[in-house]
Ligand binder design. Structure first.
Ligand code: GLP
Length: 268
């Protein structure tokens, strides 16, 4: 697991966006796994700027979002489809028909989950999956106790997740307690994974993800078993890590190695 600790949320967004930009430069027809929530907002802004300045095109990419509330149709302002349209898709040159979000208003959600899995497989699999993390360690809506090999399915939201997301709903508005989410196995099939987290409210989840045992109690801890996962955090989200200085040292050495390779120098 690569652990990148940066100064603040903007640096995290820039670093994360650059991972995506670099991939699209070498593979313009990539399939991206995308996330919602407040964590990726600055990163999406950076991608939008890059697209507007013509440094980058999304014309050939396909996307799959992690999750959706069950019971909200795509025009509902709190649906994740609406979020993605408003926060990213509307502002870039992506073909909207190549964007996928699980169907939150499906009459047969179980069938929709199977369809979603086959659509991902038919696209050739996800090249890069972007993740946020819940303060209880969830990824997508894979709440604690989720099977670590689960596939896309209907998931009941944990009480603390409903509580954390209450801020987006009016008091008299229906707030879903169910979701459709990619499974942990689905996420782990991505060729590369980047997880971004900022702020002190994520510090416990980040400690459990990086330094805890691999456990369904903290679904994000499964990333320890992925061959190409990068966790990008700011100082606040990293402050509970026991081995923080060690991770910073490794990253320093990684950068030195890359620089030496790029300049064709030796490391002495
Ligand atoms: C939500 C989403 C997750 C997201 C997480 C954190 O419930 N299902 O995909 O990563 O919570 O959200 P935020 O980035 O707003 O803290």
């Amino acid at each position: 697991m690569r652990i990148v600790v940066l100064k603040d949320a903007q640096d995290v967004a820039n670093f994360g966006a650059n991972q995506i930009i670099s991939l699209l430069k070498v593979k313009p027809k990539s399939t991206l796994g995308l996330a919602t929530g407040s964590s990726p907002l600055n990163l999406y802004q950076k991608l939008i700027e890059s697209n507007k300045q013509k440094h980058l095109t999304f014309n050939n990419i396909t996307t799959f979002n992690l999750d959706e509330y069950l019971g909200l149709d795509e025009n509902h302002p709190q649906s994740y489809r609406y979020f993605m349209n408003e926060k990213l898709f509307k502002h870039i040159d992506i073909k909207i028909e190549n964007t996928h979000v699980p169907n939150g208003s499906s009459n047969n959600p179980i069938e929709s989950c199977e369809l979603y899995e086959s659509q991902i497989a038919n696209s050739g699999g996800i090249d890069l999956q972007l993740l946020g993390i819940g303060s209880n360690g969830h990824i997508g809506f894979n709440e604690p106790s989720s099977s670590l090999v689960s596939r896309t399915r209907v998931k009941t939201l944990a009480k603390d997740t409903v509580e954390a997301n209450k801020r987006f709903f009016d008091d008299d508005q229906f707030q879903p307690h169910l979701s459709i989410t990619m499974g942990i196995g689905t996420i782990m099939d991505a060729k590369k994974i980047i997880l971004i987290a900022t702020g002190r409210t994520k510090a416990d989840a980040i400690k459990a993800t990086i330094e805890g045992p691999v456990s369904a109690n903290c679904p994000a801890s499964i990333l320890q078993m992925h061959a190409n996962a990068t966790v990008i955090v700011d100082q606040e989200a990293a402050y509970k890590l026991d081995n923080l200085h060690y991770y910073e040292h490794i990253e320093f050495e990684n950068q030195r190695l890359l620089k030496a390779i790029n300049q064709n120098n030796n490391l002495n």
